[in-house]
Design a protein around this ligand. Sequence first.
Ligand code: FES
Length: 90
Amino acid sequence: MDKVCNTFQVSVENVTPSLPCTNECTLLESLESHKLEVHSHCREGFCGACRTKLISGTVDYVTDPLAYIDDDEILPCCCIPTSNLVIKPG
Ligand code: FES
């Protein structure tokens, strides 16, 4: 079944207001497509380098995150937005 393509507004706290990000690629790829630099390394949820605070909103993981994250943190390299987000890179 085809996945519904949605676009959400993602703001990076103290850096940028809303940027459109689709659920067709990972949050990390979306942020990079807007020329935002997010620290990353493995890009597969192992290393935790991209760990980011989720201030508000919800995400879904396309692959299970293996790196340790707190309840209020996400790994942009392996998640997609499922609502508008406010995030704060660590
Ligand atoms: S880049 Fe390694 S966990 Fe995201």
